[in-house]
Design a protein around this ligand. Structure first.
Ligand SMILES: *Cc1c(COP(=O)(O)O)cnc(C)c1O
Length: 377
C-alpha cells in the first residue's frame, strides 16, 4: 500500500527563513531571555514599518490576549454587548466572555464571506431599540480576505461604535493599497504556529493612537503604577511577548513578502487546476481587495462532496479542513443572540480549506490536485 507512506502535507505549517535563529541566538548571547528587550522593540518597529499608516504596535503573547485587551481598552465590561462576526475562529469571540460581556453574532455576506454590513446595521438598530447600544464591533478578515471595510467603517462612524479589526489571518493583505491592521480603532495580529508568519505563539495589538498602544503595554505587564515599589491601581495581565520569541518574529518579517506571494501562488495553482471541475468554486477578490490567501478555500456543491474530498485527501496523508463553524452554531454560544441569513452556515457545510503552506512545492500541489480531479472525474 503506497498511500500510508506518502509524505505528509500539512494544512499550514511553520516556515522559517535564514535569520530567525540568529536573532534568537543574539537573545541568548546577551542574556535578554527575560521578557522585553531589543527583539521585542525591534519586532514592533518592523511591524510598524510594514503596516505603515502610523500604526503603533504592542507585541503580546497571543492574538487572543490582544482581543481581550482591545475590548478592555474600549471599555467593555459586565453585561455589555459586543457585535462579532459569526463566521470566524472561536478566538475572535471568546475574549468577550472573559469580561462578562455578551457576544451578538452577525452573519456574513457572499462577496468576502465576512461580516454583512446590512445585518450589522440591522442588529445595531435592533439592540438600540431595546435600550442597549453595543460597545464594539469585531470584524474579521477571514482567510486573509479583507471585510467590507468602507461599509463597516461608515456604520461605525454613523452609530459611534468602535471597530476591533481582527487581522490575525490577514497580515500582508491590503484594501485600496492600504495594509490590513490599520483600519480598526484597534487591530490585532496573531503569530500562532499556523499563521502566515509565526513566533511559535504570539500576537500584537495595533492602534494609530499611541495612548491606546501604551495602555495595552501597561495592562499586559501587570498594570504596575509608576512607583519604586510594586503598586497597582488597576487589574493587570501577563500578556507581553518574550524577547526570545520576538527574535523569531524579526526573522519572519524579513521573509513576509515571499510568504505572501507563495500563498497567493498556491491559490492561483489550485484555481488554474481545479476551476474546470463542475461543483468547485473559488472566492475572487472584490475590486480594491488584495488577499494574502492565507488559506486557499474551495466551495464544493454539497456537504457530501466536501466530505468525499476531505476524506480522500486524508487517506493520502494530506490535511485539509472544513471552513470555520460559525459561532452562532457552536454549542458554547447556543444561548447568545445572533442575526443570521444562512450564508455562513452554507459556507461551513460546503467549504474546504486546502493545504496552503508557503513551504509546499509544485509536486505537493500537483499531488493534491490530481487526487481531487481523479475523485470527481
Ligand atoms: C488565530 C486567530 C486568532 C487568535 O490568535 P492566537 O494568537 O492563536 O491567540 C484570532 N482570530 C482569528 C480569526 C484567528 O485566526
Amino acid at each position: 500500500m503506497e498511500t500510508t507512506t506518502q509524505k505528509k502535507i500539512w494544512l499550514s505549517s511553520p516556515h522559517m527563513g535564514d535569520t530567525e535563529q540568529g536573532y534568537v541566538e543574539e537573545a541568548f548571547r546577551t542574556n535578554w531571555i527575560a521578557p522585553l528587550g531589543p527583539n521585542v522593540s525591534g519586532f514592533e518597529k518592523d511591524i510598524e514599518d510594514y503596516i505603515g499608516s502610523n500604526v503603533q504596535v504592542a507585541c503580546l503573547s497571543s492574538g487572543t490576549g490582544a482581543i481581550h485587551l482591545a475590548l478592555e481598552l474600549l471599555g467593555v465590561g459586565l453585561e455589555d454587548e459586543v457585535l462579532c462576526q459569526s463566521f470566524t475562529f472561536a478566538a475572535s469571540a471568546n475574549p468577550i466572555t472573559y469580561l462578562g460581556a455578551k457576544p451578538i453574532f452577525i452573519d456574513s455576506e457572499l462577496d468576502t464571506w465576512n461580516i454583512c454590513p446590512e445585518l450589522l446595521e440591522e442588529a445595531i438598530i435592533d439592540r438600540m431599540s431595546l435600550g442597549k447600544k453595543p460597545k464594539a464591533i469585531i470584524a474579521v478578515h477571514l482567510y486573509g480576505m479583507p471585510y467590507k471595510i468602507d461599509e463597516v467603517l461608515q456604520i461605525s462612524k454613523k452609530y459611534d461604535i468602535p471597530v476591533i479589526e481582527d487581522s490575525a489571518e490577514a497580515l500582508g493583505s491590503l484594501y485600496k493599497e492600504t495594509k490590513c491592521g490599520s483600519f480598526g480603532d484597534i487591530a490585532i495580529l496573531s503569530f500562532n504556529g499556523n499563521k502566515i508568519i509565526t513566533t511559535s505563539g504570539g500576537g500584537a495589538l495595533l492602534s494609530k493612537d499611541k495612548e491606546i498602544r501604551d495602555r495595552a503595554v501597561f495592562l499586559a505587564t501587570q498594570a504596575r503604577d509608576n512607583e519604586p515599589h510594586y503598586q497597582h491601581s488597576n487589574i493587570g495581565y501577563n500578556y507581553r511577548m518574550s524577547n526570545v520569541l520576538a527574535g523569531i518574529g524579526r526573522g519572519q518579517m524579513e521573509v513576509l513578502p515571499e510568504r505572501v506571494s507563495a500563498r497567493r501562488n498556491n491559490y492561483l495553482f489550485y484555481k488554474e487546476n481545479l476551476s474546470g471541475i463542475s461543483g468547485i468554486e473559488f472566492l475572487e477578490e472584490p475590486t480594491g481587495s488584495y488577499s494574502n490567501r492565507w488559506l486557499t478555500c474551495v466551495l464544493t456543491s454539497s456537504f457530501e462532496m466536501r466530505e468525499r474530498i476531505r476524506t480522500a485527501l486524508d487517506h493520502e496523508n494530506i490535511e485539509s479542513r472544513p471552513l470555520w463553524k460559525p459561532m452562532h452554531l457552536q454549542p458554547v454560544f447556543k444561548d447568545d443572540k445572533s442575526y443570521t441569513n444562512g450564508v455562513s452556515e452554507n459556507l461551513f457545510r460546503r467549504g474546504l480549506c486546502l493545504p496552503s503552506g508557503s513551504n509546499m512545492d509544485q509536486e505537493d500541489l500537483i499531488r493534491i490536485c490530481d487526487i481531487i480531479k481523479n475523485l470527481l472525474r
